[in-house]
Design a protein around this ligand. Structure first.
Ligand SMILES: Cc1cc2nc3c(=O)[nH]c(=O)nc-3n(C[C@H](O)[C@H](O)[C@H](O)COP(=O)(O)OP(=O)(O)OC[C@H]3O[C@@H](n4cnc5c(N)ncnc54)[C@H](O)[C@@H]3O)c2cc1C
Length: 464
């Protein structure tokens, strides 16, 4: 826990003079906007917010925080702000303005600065018929997503996004910019591949891209009254599909807002969303058992890879949300029944979305070299809802937890890093072996616990 620290304005002026970016302290114009995360439910109140514009700025900010004896919380968009510890007394280091992206079509790689969002990578990569292992949402940060693993629409074919990282540029907690890759800084390289952001401030990541011109992808919408039938059929279907198919079964209650298309506005559905890496004819054959159920709306078509960002209909702008998720070792019919009971047509629930994603395929095969080398779980569940008021926030949190609890019999031995929205330690979202190694790396690179991260890891001698 951080204690409130009031920084002398003269001191922060020194930092402001040393960087191209901007510095904000409480009480100053712009502070409230600067501290605001994408998730509007997160009320972050750091002692100072620094917007960095380059790796050199990050070096200055980290050294400044160290010299002042304050801790440092790196953040880009703030999609993952909810699990962070309170930031009173700390520096919030925002990389949002570092959005440079370079695509190397010949090497099939991308380099993304720490503030880049997925759409900044997928759109230019798509021009070369290349796809990145992005998640469902175009404005989620590349860095936070990758640090926590990264499960997207190509996951069953190409694995976790973190395991496609080929290099990372990192400012260490003692303020030095280093490059970590297969040959240099092997511990840091291992840690950033799925172990979270606790060992330094990432300034850029390099990653492999994959040849994808188009995919057969879309959504089948069924009235919510058909949830049990649809989700059971989807679950059975997941046992039959090749690794080229990544899909999810979902219960979605759309808000009555003008930005939702009129035919969907304020309505509730059971959905199957899927992406198939292949041609339309085979894709249509694969989806046929679900299509045969007779959806009310069927959007399956060949689409370019960047258009995958629209499939899951994630909120296009900052919203207040709460949610929680868990890896499931398996999801037998009884698990689907439990989801339907809590979020199906007869449930009085504030949850806007409960989704079960199909894992396996490349995710389940060993990809050594990172903190999440293999995912044993066959499914992952996430339940969440909008929380415009604190009262609603606690109800939604309770309901998301209830979904998680109802599936306890099928939980894997740890949860998914990126879907754990409560302030859990890294030991709750990594395997014991990975946590132990991460703890050693933290002890060696950040013994004083300068870096604050979602899902913290504590140096062995500073257990809390
Ligand atoms: C609408 C929505 C859709 C999502 N879809 C998916 C999905 O499809 N698949 C999936 O796997 N996850 C998904 N997520 C979860 C998402 O990946 C995590 O919330 C992730 O942490 C977001 O990264 P960010 O950089 O945008 O968030 P931030 O809140 O900015 O960062 C999250 C954490 O990452 C670390 N971090 C960020 N930048 C740095 C840095 N430069 N150096 C060191 N550490 C850093 C910090 O610990 C920080 O607290 C989704 C989340 C939302 C809200």
């Amino acid at each position: 826990m951080n204690t409130p620290i009031v920084l002398n304005p003269r001191t922060t002026e020194t930092l402001q003079a040393a960087i191209a970016g901007e510095v904000f302290v409480p009480g100053e114009a712009g502070y409230d906007q600067a501290r605001q995360a994408w998730n509007l439910a997160a009320d972050q109140r750091p002692s100072v917010v620094v917007f960095t514009e380059s790796a050199a700025d990050v070096v200055q900010a980290v050294r400044f925080a160290r010299a002042q004896g304050i801790r440092n919380a790196p953040q880009s968009t703030g999609h993952g702000a909810e699990p962070l510890e309170p930031l009173q007394g700390a520096m919030l280091l925002r990389t949002l303005r570092m959005q440079g992206v370079r695509i190397d079509p010949a090497a099939r790689t991308a380099r993304a600065e720490a503030g880049a969002q997925w759409q900044d990578v997928t759109t230019p990569a798509g021009k070369y018929s290349l796809a990145a292992l992005a998640g469902t949402s175009p404005d989620v940060g590349v860095t936070g997503y990758i640090l926590g693993g990264g499960i997207g629409w190509l996951a069953r074919r190409y694995g976790l996004a973190a395991n496609s990282v080929t290099a990372a540029e990192i400012v260490t907690p003692d303020g030095h910019l280093v490059r970590a890759d297969a040959g240099r800084e092997p511990d840091l390289f291992w840690a950033v591949r799925g172990g979270g952001g606790s060992v330094g401030v990432v300034t850029a990541l390099e990653m492999r891209l994959y040849p994808v011109r188009e995919l057969y992808a879309g959504v089948l919408f069924f009235p919510i009254q058909r949830t049990a039938e649809v989700l059971h059929a989807w679950r059975a279907w997941t046992g039959t599909v090749p690794d080229e198919v990544t899909s999810l079964g979902r219960i979605l209650r759309l808000p009555p807002l003008p930005e939702v298309p009129e035919h969907l506005r304020g309505r509730a559905f059971a959905l199957v969303e899927a992406a198939y890496l292949g041609d339309a004819r085979t894709g249509a054959e694969l989806i046929q058992p679900l299509r045969r159920l007779g959806p009310e709306l069927d959007t399956f078509a060949m689409i370019p890879a960047p258009a995958l960002a629209q499939l899951n209909m994630d909120p296009p702008q900052p919203v207040p949300i709460q949610g929680d998720g868990a890896f499931l070792a398996d999801a037998p019919a009884a698990a689907i029944d439990a989801v339907v009971a809590l979020a199906g047509p007869d449930a009085d629930t504030p949850l806007a979305s409960v989704e079960v994603r199909h894992l396996g395929g490349a995710l389940a095969r060993p990809a050594p070299g990172g903190a999440q080398p293999r995912i044993d779980a066959k499914y992952v569940v996430f339940a969440g809802g909008f929380t415009p008021t604190p009262e609603l926030a606690s109800v939604v949190r309770g309901q998301a937890q209830a979904v998680k609890d109802a599936l306890a019999a099928w939980h894997a031995s740890y949860d998914y890093y990126n879907f754990e929205e409560t302030p859990a330690a890294a030991s709750a979202v990594l395997s014991p072996a990975s946590y132990r190694r991460l703890q050693k790396i933290k002890t060696s690179y950040d013994p004083d616990q300068i870096i604050i991260s979602a899902h913290p890891v504590w140096p062995s001698r500073a257990r809390m």
